[in-house]
Design a protein around this ligand. Structure first.
Ligand SMILES: [Zn+2]
Length: 346
């Protein structure tokens, strides 16, 4: 199997980076279609080319919305797409750019997930039910993160991004050991594993300080490093490293409506603890105390399930076993997952 590693053409991060957007895009984007919410548009309007055409994002990355926006693109005479906003807006921008055959630039307004750097969109129904994952042959041409903008987003989003990033190293390590393929259909390279490990080290070293800085409204060096870990290291790490047990638990938890108030990374962080339990990994205690320190879920009560029934746990265990838990380097049964869920959550 070939090793395959991918990522955005350029990754740009810094306070005020948005004000330099035009200088980073003018080489490949003379007339962008800017996709954003009304708020996002206000934020960015003064920094994009005056030739840009603005399109309002309707709120859901659905087939209907993407087709509508492709129509807007075709009528606009634009040569590229710039998505500015949260995950669904960015996913819609990738989908429109792919269908129109033009490059896409991504400007996330929070560090809640590792989606910005990836060549992936998650498609939803018009009323918000996840339908499918679409993979594109090209990664975004550019990802630009203005850390002054991102650090004004709610602190819980930054912490949730840490939860998503927490899985990166352990899932890449598991895929490397099992021979599972990454998002590009190849094996994880040594470079990818090094980035994934760095992602974990930055979280443990800087995570609690970053949370304190963000809460105090004084984003500093720790917030900068955590934004890079959440966005770039986690993004490249999951896409080139592969996913395994932690995201399998996340996906299974979504079957319980009680967990729907949680963000993606919050459920993933619980999944990390379950994966490490199954592995008997030496990092378990460190990860658990990290989660407690920054406020990621470490119990069933934290997941909105103070007294889960056997049926609920059995459902989660079975769904987990049938998911990317199969990328672990040893066979994992639903019974083993059930016991690990109880050990972590009870
Ligand atoms: Zn994730």
């Amino acid at each position: 199997m070939d090793l395959i590693m991918g990522g955005p053409g350029r990754y740009i991060q810094g306070p005020g980076a948005l004000s330099r957007l035009n200088q980073y895009t003018e080489r490949w984007s003379k007339k962008p279609l800017v996709l954003a919410t009304a708020n996002g548009r206000k934020r960015v309007e003064q920094y994009v080319s005056s030739a840009a055409v603005h399109a309002l994002f309707g709120g859901e990355c659905s087939e209907e919305e993407v087709e509508r926006l492709v129509g807007v693109f075709r009528a606009s005479g634009c040569d590229s797409v710039l998505g500015i906003g949260g995950g669904k807006c960015l996913d819609a921008a990738k989908a429109v750019a792919f269908r129109a055959g033009v490059p896409v630039g991504i400007v996330p307004t929070s560090a809640a997930t590792d989606a910005p750097c990836s060549a992936v969109s998650i498609m939803y129904s018009p009323d918000g039910v996840m339908e499918r994952v679409v993979r594109y042959p090209e990664s975004p041409r550019m990802v630009l993160v203005d850390t002054a903008v991102v650090s004004r987003a709610p602190v819980r989003l930054l912490v949730s991004g840490m939860g998503d990033a927490l899985a990166t190293y352990f899932e890449a390590r598991a895929c490397a050991a099992s021979g599972a393929v990454n998002e590009f259909g190849g094996g994880p390279s040594a470079s990818c594993l090094a980035l994934a490990k760095l992602c974990y080290e930055i979280l443990i070293t800087d995570g609690p300080a970053a949370k304190a800085e963000a809460e105090g409204g004084q984003p500093g060096a720790a917030v900068e490093r955590i934004i890079e870990a959440n966005t770039y290291l986690s993004g490249v790490g999951f896409e080139s490293g592969g996913i395994a047990g932690s995201h399998a638990v996340h996906n299974a938890l979504t079957a319980l409506p009680q967990t729907h108030h949680l963000y993606h990374g919050e459920k993933v962080a619980f999944g990390v603890q379950v994966q490490l339990t199954l592995e008997g990994a030496s990092e378990y205690d460190t990860v658990r105390s990290f989660c407690k320190q920054v406020g990621l879920p470490t119990s069933f009560a934290d997941l909105g399930l103070p007294n889960p029934t056997q049926e609920q746990l059995r459902l989660v265990a079975e769904k987990t076993a049938a998911d990317t838990m199969q990328n672990m380097p040893f066979p994992v049964t639903a019974d083993m997952i059930y016991d690990a869920l109880v050990k972590v959550g009870a």
